[in-house]
Design a protein around this ligand. Structure first.
Ligand SMILES: *[C@@H]1O[C@H](CO)[C@@H](O)[C@H](O)[C@H]1NC(C)=O
Ligand SMILES: *[C@@H]1O[C@H](CO)[C@@H](O)[C@H](O)[C@H]1NC(C)=O
Length: 432
């Protein structure tokens, strides 16, 4: 212990602790962040050393109007390359092959009809409003702060997701509320398939969160391995509102991966080593804007995740085919081959803070049956098959643990292919 203190001296942590108490009052808004007022300087010291590891020295820094600090970090200095399996990793510039689009005609129709309607627009990222861009050869990384870590349960938990319920358990007892209080309204593919990727266009909203350690997210899961064992491999991306992770209630673009059922490996965004970012304009973990409004303009984001058939890395693109980066094949066991299931939809944490169901919203906070402009949607669900072709999902199953709290309704149309509305308000007389 002595050497820890000696390394940095007593003063720095002490000052930091003082600063923290001072800044807390400014941070508190609708949500209560006061629960971490007691912070030992030892803990601050540990946190600072962790931050020094994950926040890489920037070439340039951009201040987002929403308060985020975006560091432009040289590609070769990004956190991914700290991973023991990626020491000699050669960063890929482009995947050799993108998925072929089989339903080109359908896609043209989609674009045309959206333009005609004039009510759906692609959403982008808030920090771009600064006007400054990250220089070529760098990647934009949202800087983590002491506050970000202090809001998590522990340094170990920072950036990690608690294991959600197993799908096996969902099938056997779909009415059982999961141990961690995670609740879902999801669509999923059958488990007998070999899947090499998934795509969807996701409506973006800013659902309200009742307590700081709850979240509401809307995402794609690309899964392989067993839900019951400790070897589930998962790649996830979408938008989330997580006051714990980000200190505010804005919807943010996020990624997640794990190769051991959410235990020791993986994390959100670039909060651990693994995901290799290649894009200089998309910051993972940064806020998405604009956001849809009730009966008003609708905004959505498109996310495609697929496995490069030659090298085996799992790539992600955002919006109109903008490559964001990739999860190297080395990170995975089952996903080193292929995925066996894809899920699309919403997830919230219900911590029953007041002994009642949380009022944290999923999607827009409105039930599926309210439809366009009111309920949140996922449209044009597609999967990538073994031919590296992107095809419309033919049949999906849906699941929601308690449809009085959050529900889902899937449908098919020419313009939107396989799609669904989902979400809900949580707490209400039928969801006590
Ligand atoms: C915030 O939480 C603390 C402790 O949990 C509590 O004492 C305080 O009253 C809360 N403040 C607000 C504004 O809710
Ligand atoms: C953009 O970021 C720079 C660097 O942090 C900052 O000096 C500037 O004020 C920011 N501009 C806007 C419009 O927020």
């Amino acid at each position: 212990m002595g050497f820890l203190v000696k390394k940095r001296g007593f003063l720095a942590p002490l000052l930091l602790a003082l600063l923290l108490v001072q800044r807390l009052s400014a941070v508190v808004s609708a949500l209560n962040y006061t629960s971490y007022r007691q912070v030992s300087s030892m803990r601050l010291e540990r946190i600072q050393r962790h931050l020094d590891k994950i926040n890489k020295p920037p070439v340039m820094t951009i201040e987002s109007p929403d308060g985020d600090i975006i560091d432009c970090v040289h590609k070769r200095k990004q956190p991914a390359l700290d991973h023991p399996l990626l020491r000699n990793h050669k960063i890929q510039r482009n995947p050799p092959e993108r998925p072929r689009v089989r339903t080109l005609k359908e896609d043209d129709k989609t674009k045309k009809s959206n333009v005609e309607e004039g009510v759906i627009r692609g959403s982008w990222q808030t920090w771009h409003r600064n006007g400054t861009r990250c220089p070529k050869g760098t990647v934009p990384i949202r800087r983590s702060t002491v506050h970000d870590v202090l809001r998590s349960k522990s340094l170990f938990d920072f950036g990690k997701k608690q294991a959600p319920i197993s799908l096996a358990r969902r099938k056997d007892a779909p009415d059982v509320v999961s141990a961690n209080g995670h609740e879902h309204a999801i669509a999923y593919t059958g488990s007998s398939q070999e899947v090499y990727g998934a795509k969807a266009t996701i409506n973006v909203w800013d659902p309200s969160i009742q307590v700081v350690n709850e979240f509401s997210l809307s995402q794609i899961w690309v899964l392989s391995g067993s839900f019951d064992g400790s070897d589930l491999n998962s790649i996830e991306a979408g938008w989330q509102v997580s006051p714990e992770l980000y200190g505010d209630s804005r919807p943010r673009l996020f990624t997640y991966w794990t190769s051991d059922s959410y235990q020791a490996t993986g994390c959100y965004n670039l909060l651990c080593s693994g995901f290799v970012q290649t894009n200089s304009r998309v910051a993972i973990g940064a806020a998405i804007s604009p956001v849809s409004s009730y009966t008003g303009n609708q905004y959505d984001i498109s996310i495609l995740i697929w496995k490069d058939p030659k090298i085996g890395n799992w790539w992600m693109s955002f919006g109109d085919n903008t490559l964001v980066g990739y999860w190297p094949a080395e990170l995975f066991t089952h996903l080193a081959n292929h995925a066996t299931m894809v899920e699309w939809g919403g997830e919230v944490v219900n911590s029953r803070a007041n002994g009642e169901h949380t009022s944290t919203q999923m999607g827009s906070g409105h039930f599926a049956e309210d439809g366009f402009g009111k309920a949140s949607y996922f449209r044009n669900l597609e999967i990538v098959d073994s031919d590296n072709s992107l095809t419309a999902v033919q049949s999906i199953s849906t699941l929601a643990e308690n449809t009085n709290c959050y529900n889902i309704e899937s449908s098919y149309s020419n313009e939107w292919g396989t799609h669904f509305y989902y979400g809900g308000p949580g707490s209400n007389p039928l969801c006590p």
